[in-house]
Ligand binder design. Structure first.
Ligand SMILES: Cc1ncc(COP(=O)(O)O)c(C=O)c1O
Length: 322
């Protein structure tokens, strides 16, 4: 498949003994996608390896993306396009985190053309991205719009690759995890499910949604099956293969919960690893709760996929310091 080299792979798989002891529970390992190299790391580096790879293979010289104002994806696109010498246009939803901090600051520093727009994420923002692409084409540029479903299917391919890496790391370390926890309502979990089944692994991926989309199980199933098709795997993923919960979102996407703040502080204080406010801290809160409820027993092994997002922490300085 077309690819561009953006990150540092394989990412480490690291054991967290002090954390396991603090939770009185299972062996816990963290797959450090937050150490994936480009611009403070995160899960989008693997995804962009394929999405920007495909864009460049099709002759694009410009990438268009858009999401929330503190989007990790957009920060990674700004950095990746800078590295590859492409033009970058970001159209970001104006929201209560549109402050010159964290990811939004980094978007500007990486030289992206950034505009805040009064449109919610979803079809309205996508329409703005596609209209911009038409304008840029008229100016002689070759734009490529990053958007679902293609971007989500390629994210699933990327996280199938991540599972293949974990398969090798587990063999080398002599471990076989029972569970994997990740913040996802889309392509990341789709790839984890597809590849763990394809490789016959014991590991059961659990997705903790950062946003309570009603159709997230369907989205994940479709992305997994699209990725199976792309990879030539004769596998069919069903809704019953998708373990995903929206129980830890709290009030809304991007709003801190007491549990996610507890999770963030626990990991920082036990292992010196920082989570982010919108995704990984909520996923980690879900993992802690499942351990406390006994859904994961103390003789089992769990891998937490740290999908990054750490720069967004700095846009939450007031809430977190309070
Ligand atoms: C830090 C972080 N973790 C997890 C995710 C979830 O990825 P997805 O739902 O696309 O699988 C994102 C997506 O933006 C992210 O930025």
């Amino acid at each position: 498949m077309p690819q561009v080299k953006l990150g540092h792979f394989p990412t480490p798989l690291e054991e967290c003994p002090r954390l396991s002891e603090a939770l009185g529970g299972p062996r816990i390992f963290i797959k450090r996608e937050d150490c994936s190299g480009l611009a403070f790391g995160g899960n989008k580096v693997r995804q962009l390896t394929f999405t920007i790879g495909e864009a460049m293979d099709r002759g694009a010289d410009t990438i268009i993306q858009g999401a929330a104002s503190q989007s990790n994806h957009c920060r990674q696109v700004a950095a990746a396009t800078a590295k590859l010498g492409l033009k970058c246009y970001l159209r970001l939803t104006r929201d209560n985190k549109s402050v010159m901090q964290g990811n939004l600051l980094l978007d500007h520093l990486a030289g992206a053309d950034v505009e805040l727009v009064d449109a919610p994420m979803g079809p309205e923002l996508d329409a703005i991205k596609y209209a911009l692409a038409e304008d840029l084409k008229a100016q002689g540029l070759k734009p490529y719009v990053l958007a679902a479903p293609r971007s989500t299917a390629l994210a699933a391919v990327a996280f199938a690759w991540c599972i293949a890496e974990i398969h090798q790391q587990q063999e080398a370390m002599g471990i076989e995890a029972d569970w994997m926890y990740a913040a996802s309502a889309g392509g990341t979990q789709a790839g984890l499910i597809l590849a763990s089944i394809a490789l016959g692994m014991k590991l059961k991926p659990v997705g903790i949604a950062p946003i309570a989309w009603d159709d997230r199980v369907e989205r994940i199933r479709i992305a997994a099956n699209d990725a199976a098709h792309i990879l030539g795997l004769a596998l069919q993923i069903d809704d019953s293969d998708v373990r995903n919960t929206a129980d830890y979102v709290g009030e809304a996407y991007g709003i801190l919960t007491p549990e996610c703040v507890e999770a963030l502080k626990l990991l920082a204080q036990m292992e010196g690893i920082f989570l982010d406010p919108s995704y990984t801290s909520k996923a980690f809160a879900g993992l802690i709760d499942h351990i406390r409820q006994g859904k994961i027993s103390s003789d089992e092994t769990v891998i937490f996929l740290h999908t990054g997002g750490t720069p967004a922490l700095f846009a939450y300085n007031e809430e977190l310091s309070a």
